[in-house]
Design a protein around this ligand. Sequence first.
Ligand SMILES: NC(=O)c1ccc[n+]([C@@H]2O[C@H](COP(=O)([O-])OP(=O)(O)OC[C@H]3O[C@@H](n4cnc5c(N)ncnc54)[C@H](O)[C@@H]3O)[C@@H](O)[C@H]2O)c1
Length: 259
Amino acid sequence: MSFSIEGKKILITGGARGIGGESARHFARQGAHVVTLDARDEEGTQLAKEATEAGPGKVTYRHMDITKVADIRAGVDAAVEELGGLDAVFNAAEVMLLKPAEDTTLDDWNEQLTTNAKGTAYTCQAVFPHLKERGGSIVNLSAGVALTAGPINSASFSASKGSIISYTRTIALEWAQFGIRCNCVSPLVKTPLLDEVRAAMSEDDRVAHERFFEKSVPMGRLGDIDTDLAPVFVFLASDASKFITSQIIGVDGGLVPSR
Ligand SMILES: NC(=O)c1ccc[n+]([C@@H]2O[C@H](COP(=O)([O-])OP(=O)(O)OC[C@H]3O[C@@H](n4cnc5c(N)ncnc54)[C@H](O)[C@@H]3O)[C@@H](O)[C@H]2O)c1
């Protein structure tokens, strides 16, 4: 049993910044080889360059629009070719629309579910042929709001994340026979997205958002990607977690206990 990811071949969607991007840097520092897929080409290319220069692992960025099935398949196939195989997949691409439930339009629902739920599902489908001979680890990013109400105005986002949990547990059962482990992680960490979301809020909403998160976290703070979250990802990509599947793992300072 090994906690090492040295030499592991890892694919990350949504890897241009935030959780996906900083995890790619972390993995490369541990000697893993990573391909990141995202639609933020400038940020993704720059991050991959910096991570590769820092080494010892290598990070390669490729463009992929996760709302397009053909793009997902092409991106995954090209990534596996670049890596020379595949050991672990992290699905972090997402959009987060915050609107009152009564104002959420069909277009809002389509964007939210197409990017988050279907994007994750089609990526899992696209990596399956590459994992089914030797097994591997799929980690899908869920969210605490899939299991409990809040934050404000998150109905369609929460539903998209709830669907990721249901989907992940189903494929965990279907693909266990191939040695493919499928788990969800629900994080609570500081990212650029959080700053953007709060900047767009009214003062009242921002205060309510902060109250729900920072002030309710039993451990009293938001997490840090590099020191709090990425080490859990390393564990899930490593052979040390080879008997763990179908779990929802909260890395959120105890905010939303998983079940
Ligand atoms: N930050 C947190 O505390 C937190 C909490 C709960 C869940 N999560 C989940 O973690 C994941 C990463 O979150 P983050 O905070 O790093 O967000 P982020 O916005 O920084 O990262 C999401 C990435 O997805 C990419 N993306 C969006 N639409 C895309 C598309 N159509 N095609 C390709 N890429 C696309 C973005 O360009 C971005 O780089 C998300 O799934 C999010 O729901 C984060």
